[in-house]
Design a protein around this ligand. Structure first.
Ligand code: GRF
Length: 222
């Protein structure tokens, strides 16, 4: 099948970007990352992209007179790259309604909690403070509301008694790296359809829901 053209927006180390690079390069996900864009010149993910020969761009908000002007320029960059799908992967900016609506149904984000629980920042700290027995990650379509939007894939991670925010972050991140390629795959194959507030996965095979929660299969108790 024809490879769908994907742009990835980052601000940081880009381990989720790396998972998407690996999944697309190996042919597991029928897509091609055509551009990586960062709002921070120091983002580690830029080097990951460059190592793989993916063109990169840096666009800094404070070089523009308004948020609107920044987002218009960002949008232009994505369209010049002929991106069909945009993946936010640790992109630490909230995008405005005009931008988000222009990419409706074609822009994904990953968040390190089981949304709608724990949107926003300092997620793992808050999960531990709340004494949650499980947490996880969510890949969802981006809508104008922050960390909301129809959910494509969630991965569940147990919270362990001796967890610190750092340990929990590391275990959730591992599951993120499996969830994001999976979500992109559903989207590029046209198997994820938004119906109202929800995503319906077409042609779901028996047992597939379990695969969408990779750690559940590994987590045997107690
Ligand atoms: C991930 O935890 C992601 O869920 C959140 O930001 C982090 C980015 O990590 N939105 P990385 O840059 O992909 O390593």
């Amino acid at each position: 099948m024809a490879l769908r053209r994907v742009a990835v927006l980052i601000s940081g180390s880009g381990t989720n970007l790396q998972a998407l690079i690996d999944a697309t390069r190996s042919g597991r996900v029928p897509a091609r990352i055509v551009r990586v864009v960062s709002d921070r010149p120091t983002a580690g993910g830029l080097a990951r992209a460059a190592r793989t020969g993916i063109p990169t761009a840096v666009i800094r908000p404070h070089d523009f007179e308004s948020r609107g002007a920044f987002e218009e320029a960002l949008d232009r960059l994505l369209r010049e790259a002929e991106a069909e799908i945009v993946c936010l992967a640790g992109f630490m900016r909230v995008l405005g309604r005009a931008m988000v609506e222009g990419w409706a149904g074609r822009m994904l984000n990953i968040h390190p909690s089981l949304l709608p629980a724990f949107p926003g920042l300092e997620v793992h700290e808050r999960v531990l403070e709340a004494g949650m027995p499980v947490t996880g990650c969510t890949v969802h379509f981006v809508t104008a509301e922050v960390d909301a939007g129809p959910v494509l894939v969630q991965g569940v991670v147990p919270v362990l008694p001796d967890d610190t925010p750092e340990r929990l972050r590391a275990r959730v991140l591992e599951v993120e790296h499996r969830a994001y390629p999976r979500a992109l795959d559903l989207l590029v194959r046209g198997r994820a359809v938004v119906e109202g507030e929800r995503v319906v996965v077409r042609d779901e095979r028996p047992g597939e829901r379990l695969l969408l929660h990779p750690l559940l299969a590994r987590w045997t108790g107690p």
